[in-house]
Design a protein around this ligand. Structure first.
Ligand SMILES: *Cc1c(COP(=O)(O)O)cnc(C)c1O
Length: 410
């Protein structure tokens, strides 16, 4: 891929996505479940650009959503409603109502209170709510604490005994239809053992529910498939798929898998230009035009992204690659070996197709970056760079006090 041409054409900072790579990741995963009924429900939060979602939808993917905003994205991008799932620990009434109105596949409930809220809203709408319960299997997924979700002390899901009680409650409810069972123990998982243990525990629960005449159809194993950022071993998809198949042996269940990172991370590159080199007594800094508002993973998780100086080599020397934001957390790499660079040189931060743009913000009143897709050797813009007008739109019309309705607070 000609990064320099893309940077010239679309400007920097810029996200570039290899759609052919993303499609092949999808096909590889889908094929690993061969011989089993399966649905790959892409976890939108990894990269929720409409064109990315539409690409997966065209391959047959469903969508795993964690807000009603994501449900809207999935529908607009062409994901059929019967392939859309809605998860998350804190759904608003209007989100539950939206999901029921759109008649998506199921709502994944994460607490007793939420299950009852879904029932209540279904009742007021005169509808049936298809649901699953997210089971927290109390298993250490051995990943970064911020993205571990299957531990007893995590906020996600309910324990096995509670889950059983909720399924029995749902079966007896006129408004609830329990059709799925779900777990998701964390993200960037590199070890299959905890996933297999979780699958076994949850499959045992599914067996006992089916014995109680609860008509489960979907066994949702969540996402979390790890990728290689640096030197992590490649995730063994065939072992993963066979462990899951083994867990539900003899049960007539469709496997749902909800990958986000696995499908998109390796297909993304973040391009940023060098502004200045700065040397202090202690350090060499390379200051670039991208910042933590564009790519927060290094600051938030101490995540590694390989930084490449495009078209440069030789004379490598360690440096910190930093952005212009007023925070010492504003860095892309620490002590990274880079050749000498000059103003205008292009740097690429690799493996940034997941949790890159979607976690970006307007911090420091910076405009969010543009996004570009490359497919079959052709590039196209899939999100315009924000303008300064975009930044101000929600405020400027309210600035004139006259235009506002008056109300007295005290
Ligand atoms: C975030 C999330 C996923 C996707 O996680 P990845 O690590 O990106 O695969 C899947 N399911 C649920 C419920 C999630 O919250």
């Amino acid at each position: 891929m000609d990064y320099r041409l893309l940077a010239d054409r679309y400007g920097t900072p810029l996200y570039v996505y290899d759609f052919d790579y993303m499609a092949s990741q999808y096909e590889t995963l889908k094929n690993s479940f061969n011989g089993k009924k399966s649905l790959i429900a892409y976890a939108l939060k990894a990269n929720s650009n409409l064109s990315v979602i539409a690409r997966f939808a065209s391959l047959g993917a469903g969508a795993d959503c964690v807000s009603y905003g994501e449900v809207r994205r999935a529908l607009i991008a062409g994901v059929p409603k019967y392939k859309i799932i809605f998860s998350g620990v804190g759904k608003l009434d209007e989100e539950i109502k939206g999901a029921l109105d759109e008649d998506i596949l199921f709502i994944n409930c994460e607490s007793e209170a939420e299950l009852r809220r879904v029932e209540f809203i279904a009742q007021t709408l005169g509808k049936q709510a298809r649901i699953s319960v997210r089971v927290n299997p109390a298993i250490d997924a051995k990943t970064h604490p911020y993205i571990s979700t299957g531990l007893k002390e995590n906020k996600f899901g309910v324990d096995i005994a509670t889950a059983k009680r909720l399924y029995i409650y749902a079966k007896n409810s006129e408004r609830l239809e329990p059709i799925g069972i779900h777990f998701h123990i964390g993200s960037q998982l590199t070890d299959i053992t905890p996933i297999a243990e979780a699958a076994d525990k949850v499959a045992d629960l599914a067996r006992s529910l089916i014995a109680l005449d609860i008509d489960l159809k979907f066994f949702d194993v969540g996402g979390g498939i790890g990728v290689t950022y640096k030197d992590e071993a490649a995730f063994d998809l065939s072992e993963y798929a066979s462990k899951i198949a083994l867990a539900i042996k003899g049960l007539d269940l469709t496997i749902i898998c909800e990958p986000g990172r696995f499908l998109t991370a390796g297909g993304g590159v973040f391009l940023t230009r060098v502004l200045y080199e700065k040397h202090t007594d202690a350090k060499r800094f390379v200051v670039v035009d991208g910042a933590m508002n564009d790519l927060i993973r290094p600051a938030l998780y101490n995540a590694y992204h390989r930084i490449e100086a495009i078209g440069k080599s030789g004379g490598e020397n360690v440096c910190d690659v930093v952005g212009p934001i007023c925070e010492s957390g504003d860095f892309f790499a620490k002590n990274a070996p880079l050749p000498p660079v000059e103003r205008g040189d292009l740097l690429a931060a690799h493996t940034t197709g997941a949790y890159g743009f979607t976690m970006s913000s307007n911090f420091n009143s910076r405009r969010r970056a543009a996004e570009v897709a490359v497919e079959n050797g052709e590039d196209r813009l899939i999100r315009e760079r924000e303008t300064y007008d975009d930044l101000l739109a929600g405020e400027i019309k309210l600035l004139k006090a006259d235009s506002q309705p008056k109300s007295r607070v005290f």
